[in-house]
Design a binder for this molecule. Sequence first.
Ligand code: NMX
Ligand code: MLT
Length: 436
Amino acid sequence: MSRLKSRLLEKIQEHRPRTAALVKEHGKVVIDEVTIDQCIGGARDVRCLVTDISYLDPQEGIRFRGKNIPETFAALPKAKGGEYPTVESFWYFLLTGEIPTQAEADEVLADFQSRAKVPAYVFDILKAMPKDSHPMAMLSTAVLAMQKESQFAAKYHETKKTDYWDTMYEDASNLVARLPEIAAFIYRWKYKNGDIIAPKAGLDMGANFAHMMGIAKPYDDVARMYFILHSDHESGNVSAHTTHLVASALSDAYYSFSAGLNGLAGPLHGLANQEVLDWIMGFQKKLNGAEPTEENVKQALWDTLNSGHVIPGYGHAVLRKTDPRYTAQMEFCLNHLPNDPLFKLVNMIYKVAPGVLTEQGKTKNPWPNVDAQSGVIQWYYGLKEYDFYTVLFGVGRALGVLANITWDRALGYALERPKSVTTDMLEDWAAKGGRK
Ligand code: NMX
Ligand code: MLT
């Protein structure tokens, strides 16, 4: 057993009595109540999911295993010659809550390499899809196609419930190890005339992804930063929640993550990064060569709102401040591409949009989220095919949601099955002032 897996087992064994005691001794303690607007309005803010892998504070933003973004970047072992930690060290951290030593991180790298071979049929399936299929449909299909590789599904009938985490961990690790090659294949197949670049042994995930994409340094660091920043955002977001929900039926990691990716592909969720670039391109086209100014940005934002559409990259279901993932990427831009015209335009939108959204008065959060800033960096390093951007989000998101469903199995989390009610019932309870 690898050091990561045996450490994970120790952590699981330490944790199990806590979950058991909460259910057995304190199971009826009330921690929330549900109002009619939450019931109709997407269960916003209802506390009914548990994860220890990340927590999202509305003001402060995400903490992974208790550490905010700068603390996470500072604590983890860096890639050789890179500014950012390796994805491998971050995976160890997400699963165990512990900062790995360099040797432990190197062991994850070797373990991923032993798992990374993508079955040839996956590429055949991708090649058989229409070339104009959306890259997210291709990614989700590739993941689903590999379901026959699932160890969880194959060993389900002979595995004890307390050991379900083991085969889930194997499936999760295999998926994480294979996703970069699948994503890079989709990119080069779709946009680079099928000129595929084979993976290179010995490289960490960020460096290997940059290599397979055919993009030079510092894109290796961009990939590391991007995958870590997009990994997890507690459990209620659509991709994490979907993955968790599907896994709660004891569907394996392939079925569950493919479903999660389908949720990520929605324009209110991960596809917003594509929408942001699309909005900017549309805006620049309308300018017809004129310089962007705060005035014409403001006008374009109002035009979008008045046409009944959302401003992509702004607002959030939980956050009430600028997303620290936005800030982390802005800092990268200030260091690496301070004079890039697209970065300057994104900054101008940041100056203007919160005021416009506040004046409009609908959104609870006028500040930018992760998607408002991520495309600029990709564009700068030559990845201009912006309908691919959500695939990058998906590769990163795999880390969080697959770590989560491994822990779901370890702690024996139940089949998810909330209760629905009828409109008649709501009207009745509304008239009585509550469900009495
Ligand atoms: N532009 C215009 N209107 C907005 C925006 C926005 N960026 N954000 C929220 N609103 C509207 C929202 O549509 C709703 O209108 P209505 O009452 O007509 O239905 C109203 O403001 C109240 O919404 P909130 O409670 O503030 O936001 P909610 O929690 O419902 O939705 C988002 C959160 C993220 C779906 C929403 O802010 C949005 O649509 N943002 C733009 C899309 C986006 O950037 N999504 C990416 C989120 C991050 N991610 O990667 O997943
Ligand atoms: C995410 O990263 O999943 C998004 O910010 C959406 C969310 O947290 O609801």
